[in-house]
Design a protein around this ligand. Structure first.
Ligand code: ADP
Ligand code: MG
Length: 302
């Protein structure tokens, strides 16, 4: 029950599951991540990576609540480098779906699949064929919480959210390859690139990549690396607005507001700027432990 309550905060919709799992793959050092979706994620969400994998005897911990391999002491909490640190995503997701985790680290000959069931969340092991890396497969989302299942939108809508999300994550990790399929049809292929510019072209389109102004600036320990549209190149919606703080995607009100102010009076009403903004600052300069789904950070000196 506690896991299901936590799932209420972490698992808003299929796209939130994809976020958590893809972030886990990135934390595991993956260079290739494939995401396969069926029926908008209500039926199947499968994320496979070629990351470091999980040793057999640590698999139950990966599914256990409040278990993380990413921080081990209080001081670490003020210096978080990884995308995850709360140790509750897999436990939460597993409590509202049928989740299996398959994995093989490279020091281990065989791969194992685990899943948790029942009130005690007892973990069952099965041998499985799997290359080095991990696969998380989530079936029948919300099968045991029918009230929440009703909040799922049409498969097309849920898939759209997933697709947008993969693009957002991919922008910040240009050196990782991503593939996305829906109902066995390939929808998105973003090969690993050797520059940020190339990935921006893949995701935001040729026109944006060519016309955007590049901003590269530094103030004390703060670095800003951004691609911003010229005022006359406005867009009809705000879908080309991406903000990252230390590689973490954000919808940060403070930064959004600052950008809006910068464009004020230059961009026609009803039009939107396009921007991809990467802000990098010392980890002590902000707190990521603010929101269960990590949508927000709190800046020490806003
Ligand atoms: P968190 O990411 O906050 O640590 P999660 O519930 O997302 O918590 O994952 C729990 C643990 O499972 C992680 O700390 C990590 O050790 C392990 N794990 C999950 N997914 C992967 C993966 N794709 N590759 C390697 N390890 C993983
Ligand atoms: Mg995680």
């Amino acid at each position: 029950l506690a896991n299901q309550i936590a799932a209420g905060e972490v698992v808003e919709r299929p796209a939130s599951i994809v976020t958590e799992c893809v972030e886990n793959s990135l934390d595991a050092g993956a260079t290739q991540i494939s995401v396969d979706i069926e029926q908008g994620g209500a039926k199947v969400i499968r994320i496979q990576d070629d990351g470091c994998g999980i040793a057999k005897d640590e698999l139950p911990l990966a599914l256990a609540r409040h278990a993380t391999s990413k921080i081990s002491e209080l001081d670490d909490l003020e210096n978080i480098q990884s995308l995850g640190f709360r140790g509750e995503a897999l436990a939460s997701i597993s409590s509202v779906s049928r989740l299996t985790l398959s994995s093989r680290p490279d020091h281990q000959e065989e791969a194992w699949l685990v899943f948790a069931e029942g009130k005690e969340q007892a973990v069952t092991y099965e041998p499985v064929a799997h290359p080095v890396g991990s696969t998380v497969e989530i079936r029948d989302l919300f099968f045991n919480t029918p009230a929440r299942r009703k909040f799922l939108k049409a498969a097309k809508t849920e898939f759209q959210h997933i697709q947008t999300l993969i693009k957002r994550i991919a922008l910040a990790h240009y050196d990782v390859g991503f593939t996305l399929s829906h109902n066995q049809k390939s929808v998105l292929k973003l090969p690993a690139r050797d520059s940020r510019e190339r990935r921006i072209k893949d995701v935001c389109g040729e026109a944006f990549a060519q016309n955007a102004l590049r901003v590269e600036t530094q103030y004390q320990d703060y670095q800003l690396h951004a691609f911003v549209s010229k005022p006359m190149d406005g867009f009809t919606d705000n879908s080309l607005q991406f903000i990252y703080v230390n590689g973490r995607m954000m919808r940060d009100k403070l930064i959004m507001h600052a950008i809006r102010q910068a464009y004020e009076g230059m961009i026609p009403a009803q039009q939107h700027a396009g921007y991809v903004v990467f802000l990098t600052l010392p980890t002590q300069g902000f707190d990521v432990n603010v929101h269960p789904a990590k949508h927000e950070v709190r800046f020490v000196e806003s």
